[in-house]
Ligand binder design. Sequence first.
Ligand code: SF4
Length: 249
Amino acid sequence: MAKASVKSDKGHSQGTDGRATLDLVAIAYVYDGCLYLAVTRRCTLHCTFCPKTHGRWTVAGNSLHDDPEPSAAELVAAAEAVGLERHQEVAFVGLGEPTLRLPVVLETAKQLRARGFYVRLVTDGLASLREGHDVAPLLEGVFHEVDVSLNAPDGATYAALCPNPYGERAHAAACEFLRRVRLYVPCAKATVVAIPGLDLEACRALARDLRVELRVRPYFDPLRGEPHPAPLPPSANRPRSSSVAPPEA
Ligand code: SF4
């Protein structure tokens, strides 16, 4: 496993130079030409289609089980160690919800943007609901792109696929976050995972209502990490007509 010495104040094992040793693959990794930074393993959601929910922590061949909760300096150092300069885009992403550590994400993203990298945030869109205030303006001038995981066309399906403390209203909050983000960043997108049985046409209609592009991400069996048909939870397997909902994320 790749390791590097970077400054840390979090009690990681110390090298002879007094600097901590971090597992880089737990922080930065490359997938499909993009450099990803994993800021935390914590989530607000408990998605049924997520490998983490099923005890699998492997992404792009890397185990992300450890959660070093890196500082901005550590994130940048980890990115550099896995070839930052060879990439044009850096994305803040899971396994975990980046906005749970928003100050660190903003600080890191600002540094990377100032160096000329295209900076993208992948989020559940629940930051404003969680924090109790509108977070979208904080993203202005920091991110080139924000991708919000809508996950479903309506609150009931969302709550079935992504159990969370807010229940069905989390979906509307994510939609509203996407509406707000669209005002502050050049590119805002909605995403869904192509889970077998999910009404993608209703998701497309929702994205149109929100005036954003919908990106459909491939579904991978969360237990096996490869394409595999799997049923939706019973409450998410509703007739198409009842899963169409006006708008969010
Ligand atoms: S928000 Fe992302 S990382 Fe968290 S449980 Fe859902 S899919 Fe997994």
